[in-house]
Write a protein that binds this ligand. Structure first.
Ligand SMILES: *[C@@H]1O[C@H](CO)[C@@H](O)[C@H](O)[C@H]1NC(C)=O
Ligand SMILES: *[C@@H]1O[C@H](CO)[C@@H](O)[C@H](O)[C@H]1NC(C)=O
Ligand SMILES: *[C@@H]1O[C@H](CO)[C@@H](O)[C@H](O)[C@H]1NC(C)=O
Ligand SMILES: *[C@@H]1O[C@H](CO)[C@@H](O)[C@H](O)[C@H]1NC(C)=O
Ligand SMILES: *[C@@H]1O[C@H](CO)[C@@H](O)[C@H](O)[C@H]1NC(C)=O
Length: 564
């Protein structure tokens, strides 16, 4: 006892004598990930926009609240939180904010508050100042595939008095790929002729159109009625949604709808939606997302949220900015779908947690967040050789719904590119633990050592994602990817929400506890696998699997599961 007291006393006097405690390293990595090369010290006068993620007051309390309103058996099911209630959990404590601001001002650094709950600070300082402030060594790293260069540091330090109050600082040790290098879609395929018979369920096996999806998944064609309902489609990297292509698409594939049916636009970070054919974007990602929401979720209001490249450093900043942008709104979309992702291992654990918690916060307010699971099978987004499987993020965040891909109709079969597996950052959440352990016991020793058996398993669900017909630049083409599957599943949820709202009920909100409790409402997919890293990947099996999740939507059954 005496020795312990003495130890703390002398530490205290040491601290009192020298006001600056020795900073300690809070984040580090031994090298940049595969695909980046180090070009040497960053220009010391180059400015960095540093985002400081402040520790939230009560994230575990928010998680409890989220599960309470999202679990069908709970008395509070559907009683989503208000913005103020959520912000009370997410905001930093008064002490945290004061400690960090005092540290910054003692270093002559001015910070601006951001984030819906004030849980982010942003500072703009030269590299030399950042190196001194954070005992960092910002260097220029080039991403070889895209040629883009970024300032990153392999480690940084914080003084002990602020370290507990800061979750992470970005950019620092996170090496996410530049947005334009993220594989969104497989290479578009040469278009196959689409006949009017494309309205049968079986025709989805050759060409996927809104009509065949309506037959295959029992999706209603009758127009939704509720104007307060909304599906937000996230757009990045100057991929524009062309209104003229949407009109052509509706004229060809939804002859029962007005061809002038359109979408609303929101922009941030200098985002725009230029209606110039030359700017449509080569990957056609936004034509797809918009055409398979407007064209499937009949008459549900759709908002295209275009995130520009200002303040983003071409990277993960776009994900942070859009979730903060939407969270700041008083009226949030009931569904949000995103077709982009990164390798989990390229992102620091605290930054992945911070972003995942932002999805938790939006889910607690009643938004169903859907992400495409990725198009690299078990290899994730890595093109280079891999020795272990590479989970994709944000798809593997446990507070959102990840959507994989299938093809064919009798039976529907997993697409070989459909990413899925197990997170190394997030543990298996309770809502899926029975489903995951059943799969692991069916799997036996297959892929042993290549994945984390205690991680969050993803995807959660799937939908058609091969030879999906879109109109891009005026012509029809077929595209493949989980980017097709996410907007299709989002449309199903948007239509169920329409009926819930019309009946005076709450929208579905965070879907997973409801989905895993109603697995029978999905069409189980039991064939196919997602090869990668020199393996056959994970095989689809009866029940949940990490290729197709619980399966594809059956609108009739999901509607009944929603109490309609
Ligand atoms: C470093 O950046 C400053 C400010 O952007 C610029 O004026 C200078 O030319 C750069 N130096 C080098 C060596 O690139
Ligand atoms: C965190 O939130 C939970 C759930 O609302 C609550 O029970 C708990 O007291 C809160 N903890 C703190 C430290 O505020
Ligand atoms: C902050 O600015 C003051 C006044 O210009 C200066 O004396 C002090 O050295 C600066 N401190 C730091 C840490 O840069
Ligand atoms: C496996 O996942 C668990 C749960 O998220 C995590 O604690 C552990 O560090 C992971 N193991 C590896 C080797 O990444
Ligand atoms: C969809 O669900 C309905 C109602 O539960 C059921 O009758 C039908 O057979 C299901 N369709 C498929 C393809 O499983």
């Amino acid at each position: 006892m005496v020795a312990t007291t003495l130890f703390w006393t002398s530490l205290f006097s040491l601290a009192a004598a020298s006001p600056v405690l020795k900073p300690r390293v809070v984040q580090s990595r031994s090298s940049a990930p595969q695909g980046f090369i180090n070009l040497g010290a960053a220009n010391s006068s180059q400015t960095l926009n540093l985002r400081i993620a402040l520790a939230s007051r009560n994230i575990s309390g928010l998680e409890t609240a989220l599960l309470d309103v999202s679990t069908p058996s709970s008395a509070n099911y559907g009683k989503h939180l208000t913005k103020e209630q959520v912000n009370a959990y997410v905001a930093p404590s008064v002490e945290a904010l004061a400690a960090v601001q005092s540290w910054l001002s003692s270093n002559n650094v001015t910070a601006a508050s951001s984030g819906a709950a004030g849980d982010w600070l942003t500072v703009t300082i030269p590299v030399a100042k950042a190196n001194a402030l954070l005992a960092a060594n910002y260097q220029t790293f080039q991403h070889l595939d895209s040629g883009k260069s970024y300032a990153r540091t392999l480690s940084y330090s914080l003084p002990a008095e602020v370290a507990p109050h800061i979750d992470d600082i970005h950019p620092s040790t996170t090496f996410n790929k530049p947005a334009s290098a993220r594989p969104v879609l497989s290479v578009p395929q040469a278009s196959k002729a689409v006949s009017s018979s494309a309205s049968t369920a079986a025709s989805c096996a050759t060409t996927v159109t809104p009509s065949c999806l309506q037959s295959l998944y029992n999706i209603p064609t009758t127009p939704a009625t509720e104007s307060s309902n909304n599906i937000a489609v996230a757009g990045f990297i100057d991929q524009f949604a062309q209104k003229s292509d949407l009109k052509t698409f509706l004229t060809s594939f939804r002859t029962d709808l007005s061809s002038s049916t359109t979408f609303a636009l929101q922009t941030l970070d200098g985002g725009e939606n230029t209606q110039n054919a030359a700017d449509a974007g080569t990957e056609a990602a936004q034509q797809l997302d918009i055409q398979y929401t407007v064209g499937v979720a009949t008459n549900v209001p759709i908002t295209f949220v275009s995130v520009g490249e200002d303040n983003q450093d071409g990277d993960l900043g776009g994900f942070l900015d859009i979730v903060n942008f939407v969270s700041a709104e008083d009226s949030i979309p009931q569904v949000m779908t995103t077709s982009y992702g990164d390798d989990e291992s390229d992102i620091s654990i605290p930054l992945a947690n911070k972003l995942c918690n932002a999805y938790m916060a939006l889910g607690a307010r009643g938004t169903s967040i859907l992400f495409a699971s990725g198009d690299g099978g078990v290899a994730g987004t890595r093109s280079t050789s891999c020795t272990v499987f590479g989970p994709t993020f944000p798809a593997d965040c446990p507070y959102l719904t990840a959507v994989g891909s299938v093809h064919g109709t009798s039976p529907e079969t997993a697409s070989d590119f459909s990413s899925g597996g197990f997170s190394n950052y997030f543990g298996t959440p309770a809502y899926q633990s029975a489903a995951v352990s059943q799969y692991l016991s069916l799997l036996g020793d297959t892929n042993k050592g290549l994945f984390n058996t205690s991680g969050r398993g993803y995807p959660d669900v799937s939908a058609q994602g091969e030879n999906v017909q879109i109109v891009s630049g005026g012509s029809t083409e077929g595209v493949d990817g989980t980017s097709c599957s996410s907007p299709i599943f989002a449309s199903v949820i948007g239509l169920i929400n329409d009926q819930l709202i019309a009946a005076g009920k709450s929208p579905l909100g965070f879907l997973n506890p409801w989905l895993y409790a109603n697995a029978d409402a999905l069409n189980d997919v039991t064939t196919g696998s997602n090869p990668g890293c020199g393996t056959e990947g994970f095989p689809a099996k009866a029940g949940w699997d990490p290729v197709t999740g619980l399966g594809t939507p059956n609108f009739t059954a999901l509607k009944a599961a929603a109490g309609l």
